[in-house]
Design a protein around this ligand. Structure first.
Ligand SMILES: [Zn+2]
Length: 426
């Protein structure tokens, strides 16, 4: 659909050296959000803003929270029926134990065809690729029929405040498609798991470990909650087929604390306990229903533990009047997403991927949630997630990205955007 001449010009306007250099520049700025050590996304955001503005792109910087800006980059007219977001985040996760790294995580290093450093893979490499793609379209003087919005957002690894702010300010209004630039090994992902983060807080009564009948042990509720969660998960697995790309849903307790606050002690019945649960869902599941089921787990666990208390009191002659209290809280609710594989954006990305890689594209699903989850859930925007980088590498030591993939993905972003926002031949 794009003229051959335009296509060749665009492909040759993106070279490996430029993408690797920009990636390295971004990786070399520590953008872990860590107020204690004074690092955040501000420096990397300002570097992106300066770079884009030097390329002649239209740039806005918006403060989401203190030291945490979004950068919004625009190219092309606001007229036209289509508008495309290219999204990449500026924050990275902590490098963890620095001595476990073979190289300084905040000094990008090219070894063979691998570029090492925190964020090379998730997702500063892909961010650099999308920025280079926008700059190349601009440099080639390609006239678009709709606008590309480069959404360079903060706090993807945390509460996703960046994308929520971006939506709240109206930047996603009128947008017809979004490419989420995250490491997916150049696979085209049109679906992703949903997530629920659940917290149970149980209050009992503290007592001496030698006199448990004077207290009310919250751990009796905890064990029943864990049991209930296993049953819930079993019911789901027995009544649903695995998603062809996402596999099985899951209900996984990940954090147990007793006491919920302060250090525990072996000879003290704790006052309170806490259970945190990571629930992952697939299309076909209903979040409100799962939440109801998980609430029921709390009620049953409380009732079971109270019953045990009554039985013990009867058998021993103890007289406890205290009642367990169980609080149930949905800490976050992120839906699963499913973009129609026939959507014009998917078709554009498929066409571009085939052209650039000279291979048949592979379709897959995203196991985690991304900023795209919010664009899909709150604005109904069809999203496609694609990016360079092995999928097992994010959040690990010695993070790396393959530079051949990095170059390819920059070209895929550029060609997809132009194909989706058809060049104006007039
Ligand atoms: Zn990421």
């Amino acid at each position: 659909v794009i003229r051959e001449q335009t296509l060749q010009r665009l492909l040759s306007a993106i070279d490996e050296g430029e993408v690797v250099e920009l990636t390295s520049k971004l990786v070399n700025i520590n953008s872990v959000f860590d107020p204690d050590s004074g690092t955040d996304e501000s420096r990397v955001a300002m570097t992106v803003a300066r770079w884009a503005s030097n390329e002649g792109l239209e740039v806005e910087v918006e403060e989401v929270a203190r030291g945490r800006p979004n950068v919004i980059i625009r190219l092309g007219p606001t007229t036209g029926t289509r508008r495309l977001i290219l999204e990449g985040h500026t924050d990275v996760v902590t490098p963890g134990d620095l001595s476990a790294w073979s190289h300084d995580p905040f000094e990008a290093k090219l070894v063979g065809r691998r570029l090492y450093g925190r964020g090379t893979n998730d997702t500063k490499g892909n961010l650099a690729a999308m920025l280079t793609a926008m700059a190349a379209i601009k440099r080639c003087g390609i006239r678009l029929k709709g606008q590309i919005i480069g959404a360079v957002l903060c706090d993807e690894e945390g509460l996703m405040l960046g994308v929520q702010d971006f939506i709240k300010r109206g930047h996603a209004d009128g947008v017809t498609g979004a490419i989420i630039c995250e490491p997916q090994d150049l696979r085209i992902c049109c679906t992703q798991k949903g997530a629920l983060r659940i917290r149970y807080f149980i209050r009992g009564k503290m007592s001496h470990g030698a006199m448990p009948l004077d207290g009310l042990n919250p751990i009796a509720v905890v064990s029943r909650i864990l049991d209930g969660l296993e049953h819930c998960e079993g019911d789901i697995i027995n009544n649903i087929d695995p998603h062809p790309l996402l596999g099985w849903p899951s209900i996984t307790p990940t954090v147990l604390r007793a006491p919920a606050i302060g250090p525990g002690q072996l000879n003290v019945v704790p006052e309170s306990a806490e259970v945190l649960v990571d629930v992952r869902t697939i299309p076909g599941q209903d979040h409100p229903r799962i939440i109801e089921d998980l609430k029921r787990v709390a009620a049953r666990a409380r009732e079971g533990a109270q019953q045990l208390c009554r039985l013990r009191d009867m058998a021993t002659g103890a007289k406890r009047h205290e009642l367990y209290q169980v609080e149930f809280q949905v800490m976050s609710d992120r839906p699963h997403t499913q973009t129609d594989p026939q959507d014009p954006l998917v078709k554009a990305v498929e066409w571009a991927t085939r052209l650039v890689t000279q291979r048949e594209p592979v379709y897959d699903g995203v196991p985690g949630t991304t900023d795209g989850t919010y664009l899909w859930a709150l604005k109904g925007i069809p999203i496609v997630t694609i990016g360079a980088g092995a999928r097992e590498v994010p959040h690990q030591v010695d993070e790396w990205v393959d530079v051949d993939q990095l170059l390819q993905v920059a070209r895929i972003y550029a060609v997809s955007a132009v194909a989706y926002l058809q060049e104006d031949h007039g």
